[in-house]
Design a protein around this ligand. Structure first.
Ligand code: URA
Ligand code: CA
Length: 436
């Protein structure tokens, strides 16, 4: 086989075979196919797309490029959740113990945050003592015992994706549905999930700015997952405003605890119930999504989900009194500033990515891979879209261990628009299930 023939084939919009895709990804990983040829291929895929078979074959070729996690020693259907990334997306912290509380094993591999989106591991590390460095044996033992554990990414998973993603980043080929879908799905499949629930975000704070784009991506991923034997479902959820009220690591732990006590923000609670019912249903709980949801609602209100959270924190070395003494246990910021409304009215938009960037500048996120995070830093929104405000009332509180200057305050004011009225936001745009 010659790479130039495959490039030419794709350039003329002909379908690549499984053998061709396997050969290409293997050669690229082993560096017998050079970056310049792969970059021409990425551009041909960018323009001509890929068929369903090509997408599934590409995904599995990327999976085969590295190590695959074997979770077969964990009893039950291992359901994983993936979010395409958002601002103040506290869902994993709530979902992991909530879904575990109905008996579905949650064996989660998580990453750290970069840029304006946060990572679950950073959030959990806001709890003193919490650690995610578990051996494979400890991880499996904990999931079997508590039904939940979170571990940091390790090992050599999907090296072809790492190379391809870096190449796409510098050749303007990131925004291609088949390339994004195979990139995300290959990582989930290599991490050992039997079933996958996808939270595809749309809006200003998301990668996919329109509902149509998000739907196309979600459908591509659901199709790939199911075609390779992993039951997959997707939710298209809104990320035009941040999710919940808290953005920042320690602040989000507090928000997650409130939600597990049944007192969380409405949007965060609802999204957790929608995603959680899919996870529970795929994990074999209930005969319908409604039945699965009813069980989750029960455990949010009877304290069982919170109990599992405590156990989970304690088992990974964390101070589980954080559940009762939240403010004392979580890190505190030395500086705290209120952002006041400059006029009266109704909040019409909260520009999620700008709020996320502000939280990052306060210290809650990383500007580069090596930046240190301020676990106490972040933004707490007192108002969400649709809420009324009077001039002088607090819109948000800013937290940081750095000096907070007035420009930060002004950025928040400029990105929380106050108007005479507001269009209500839809939280769940669509649910994508397998098409038969
Ligand atoms: N996230 C990924 O993991 N891969 C992509 O291609 C885009 C977003
Ligand atoms: Ca939040």
């Amino acid at each position: 086989m010659r790479m130039i023939d495959l490039i030419e084939k794709k350039q003329h919009n002909k379908e690549l075979t499984k053998q061709e895709i396997d050969w290409m990804i293997k050669g690229y990983t082993e560096e017998s196919i050079p970056e310049y040829q792969m970059s021409a291929m990425a551009m041909a895929i960018y323009f001509n797309g890929m068929t369903k078979d090509e997408r599934s074959n590409l995904t599995m070729a990327i999976v085969a490029s590295g190590e695959q996690i074997d979770l077969s020693e964990i009893a039950g259907v291992k359901v994983d959740k993936h979010s395409t990334g958002g601002v103040g997306d506290t869902t994993t912290l709530v979902l992991a113990p909530l879904v575990a509380s109905v008996g579905v094993p949650v064996a989660k591999m998580s990453g750290r945050g970069l840029g304006h989106t946060g990572g679950t591991i950073d959030k959990l590390e806001a709890i003193p003592g919490f650690h995610v460095e578990l051996s494979k044996e400890e991880f499996i033992k904990l999931v079997n015992k508590n039904k939940v554990a979170v571990v940091g990414q390790s090992g050599n998973l999907t090296p072809a994706d790492k190379k391809l993603y870096a190449l796409r980043d510098v050749t303007s080929t990131v925004e291609s549905i088949p390339l994004i879908a195979s990139s995300i799905m290959s990582k989930k499949i290599a991490s050992g999930a039997d079933a996958i629930v996808l939270d595809v975000k749309t809006g200003a704070g998301a990668f996919m700015k329109s509902v149509e784009q998000a739907k196309e991506l979600a459908e591509a991923m659901v199709e790939i997952g199911n075609s390779v034997g992993r039951q997959t479902m997707a939710v298209i959820s809104d990320m035009s405003q941040p999710l919940g009220n808290a953005i920042g690591n320690g602040l989000e732990v507090k928000e997650a605890i409130e939600t597990l006590k049944g007192n969380g923000p409405e949007d965060l609670t609802e999204l957790c119930l929608v995603l959680g019912s899919q996870m529970a249903y795929l994990g074999g709980v209930g005969n319908s999504l409604e039945e699965a949801r009813a069980k989750l609602e029960e455990n949010l209100h009877n304290g069982k989900a919170l109990e599992i959270f405590k156990l989970f924190v304690q088992s990974q070395g964390g101070d589980s009194t954080v559940v009762e003494n939240t403010d004392e246990v979580l890190p505190k910021a030395t500086n705290k500033v209120e952002v006041q409304a400059e006029k009266s009215g109704v909040i019409s938009t909260i520009v999620a990515d700008q709020i996320g960037l502000t939280a990052m500048k306060l210290g809650a996120g990383r500007e580069t891979k090596d930046s240190r995070i301020d676990l106490a830093a972040g933004v707490y929104l007192h108002k969400k879209v649709g809420d009324s405000v009077t001039a002088g009332e607090s819109l948000a509180t800013l937290y940081s261990n750095k000096q907070i200057d007035d420009t930060v305050k002004e950025t928040i004011q400029a990105n929380m628009h106050i108007a005479d009225k507001a269009e209500p936001l839809k939280l769940i745009h669509e649910i994508i299930q397998r098409k038969n």
